[in-house]
Design a protein around this ligand. Structure first.
Ligand SMILES: Nc1nc2c(c(=O)[nH]1)N[C@H]1C(S)=C(S)[C@@H](COP(=O)(O)O)O[C@H]1N2
Ligand SMILES: [Mo]
Length: 335
């Protein structure tokens, strides 16, 4: 924390630093959602954590600036509350792990507050007069101060993790920041607005690249598959799924000239995968030795062990071969 004298100097550079760490935190937050494998997930979450501590470290300086302002408009106060809520919820996830209070998890509050803050933040940054880099900003002194700030944040990072690990107790936490849940009690989870359809399991057919398969036929071709379902709302579960490998269901000659496989739910929820992943994707009919429940995707859902939960399309209606590349889709589902 800064002594009163340095706080009095808070100003343009504090604002610039805060803008950079906030933008960085926003970007790495999305990256953390996108990364499904341990190494990229670790890189994204460590960067996200460092930038978050950077925001926290700048709070005393920014408070001095706000304190000097003649008046703060209502939108400014709303922005302050949203950013504090976002930070607070992030730290609740870190220190307490996943939990649900009044129907929402800390990560949902964290992301919701961040998204609501975006228009206010943009307005706040854009309606100020543009600030140009000055010669003094690149002076030895300024660079040393920036370096000391970065070092302080970097040193606070492992200490914060250590403290969080202590308060969280034995609740397991993985690279993405998610906390462990009992695989026998996987909660029915929707991405945004999807609804649980109640399907007739015996009559249901899945169109797998032109081949019509029912749950019973899929079950015959199934094996036990260990996989980690890691939801972006802050939990993961290591479960054993009863599932058939997608590449075993599709004759190789049907994949000639195909770039991606598009997995679509009866609800319309869709995710597209590179065709090379066909051997790492599974159509599941069961979990932990039991049939799937309606909420968790019955009668057939996708299991994508190397990807975050939102890729695990539930209530699969079809798997289509497509000439379009897998990246030709919104990075996150829209329903
Ligand atoms: N059709 C459809 N599939 C979906 C979703 C959805 O909203 N609709 N949510 C996804 C998300 S965000 C997760 S984490 C997993 C959750 O699976 P579960 O309900 O078995 O926990 O399903 C994924 N598959
Ligand atoms: Mo999720």
């Amino acid at each position: 924390m800064g002594c009163p004298q340095t706080l009095r100097r808070a100003g343009r550079r504090t604002n610039a630093a805060l803008l950079l760490v906030c933008l960085g935190a926003f970007l790495t937050g999305w990256l953390a959602f996108a990364a499904g494998t341990p190494v990229p997930a670790t890189v994204a979450t460590v960067a996200h954590g460092l930038l978050a501590l950077g925001v926290v470290a700048l709070v005393p300086w920014k408070s001095a600036i706000v304190g000097r302002a003649a008046s703060v408009p209502l939108a400014g106060w709303v922005l302050i509350v949203l950013i504090l809520l976002c930070l607070g919820a992030g730290f609740v996830q870190l220190f307490r792990g996943f939990g649900v209070l009044a129907g929402v998890s800390p990560i949902q509050v964290h992301v919701g507050a961040a998204l609501l803050a975006v228009p206010l933040f943009s307005w706040h940054v854009l309606h100020r007069r543009p600030q140009r880099l000055r010669r003094a900003d690149l002076s030895r002194r300024a660079l040393l101060r920036t370096g000391a700030f970065a070092l302080g944040v970097a040193a606070a990072y492992p200490l914060t993790l250590l403290a969080a690990g202590g308060t969280r107790g034995d609740k397991g936490r993985v690279a993405t920041g998610s906390g462990a849940l009992d695989p026998d009690r996987i909660p029915a989870t929707t991405w945004l607005l999807d609804r649980v359809p109640h399907l007739d399991g015996d009559a249901h057919r899945v169109d797998v690249v032109g081949r019509s398969l029912g749950p019973a036929e899929l079950e015959q071709m199934s094996v036990p598959v260990r996989a980690r379902l890691d939801c972006t709302s802050g939990w993961y579960a290591d479960a054993t799924w009863t599932a058939a490998r997608l590449s075993d269901l599709i004759p190789a000659d049907r994949l000639v000239g195909v770039a991606s496989l598009e997995v679509t739910s009866v609800t319309g929820y869709t995710r597209r995968f590179p065709v090379a992943e066909a051997s790492a994707l599974w159509l599941a009919t069961g979990c932990q030795g039991r049939r799937l429940s309606a909420g968790t995707g019955a009668p057939v859902r996708l299991v994508a062990p190397h990807r975050r939960g939102f890729w695990w399309v539930k209530w699969v209606a079809s798997v289509r071969a497509s000439p379009s590349p897998a990246w030709a889709q919104p990075p996150f589902p829209l329903q």
